[in-house]
Design a protein around this ligand. Sequence first.
Ligand SMILES: N[C@@H](CCC(=O)N[C@@H](CS)C(=O)NCC(=O)O)C(=O)O
Length: 204
Amino acid sequence: MSLTLYGAARSRASMVRWYLEEKGIPYEWISLDLGAGEQRQDAFLAINPFGKVPALVDDSLSGPDGGPLKLFESGAMLQHLAEQHGQEFGGVAGAARRSLSLQWLLFANASFGPALIQAATKPEELGRLLATLDPLLSAGPSLLGAGADAGEPTWGAADCAIQSYLAYLPLFCPQVDLAPFPHVQASIDATRQRPAYQLAMGQR
Ligand SMILES: N[C@@H](CCC(=O)N[C@@H](CS)C(=O)NCC(=O)O)C(=O)O
């Protein structure tokens, strides 16, 4: 079994890399030079026809062409890793946790990420999302809770996605005052302390 993650510095690949590092899942990291257009060359287009990173190849499963499974979209990769390699959805609560994880991944990439990118033109939308998110982060490092079964992981794909975007906030939106959102601020501080996050972000 082998996993290969294609990415680039300062790209959404860091999110997927953080998950792999955090869970101790072995993988090969292939860094593309986006500035040189490596993502648009045939070798990579055979992995992601849209020519974007991240992309993940998992040879423990087959794709529709009979070769190793190839995935694009960071949220799909996180959910795949959580299901196939992260053992996140076992036990009686597994089905509910799987659906909740998917909900948070879609929220992260389809609602929260775009709100962050549009913060300069639509600051009220980002403020509204942060105000709703803040109390939900007060329970600890897992948006899904500890799980009904002992031994289930408390930090997972959903947390990886949401916390990754939150950690981008001070970098991309330094104008946003986080003082009204103490749990958001605490989450960002805790994320930055995690060794796996630092490694994925190329900070160590
Ligand atoms: N929604 C996609 C976004 C992928 C994406 O836009 N990747 C950027 C880097 S963060 C990229 O590859 N840009 C290079 C290009 O479009 O040529 C995901 O979450 O994986």
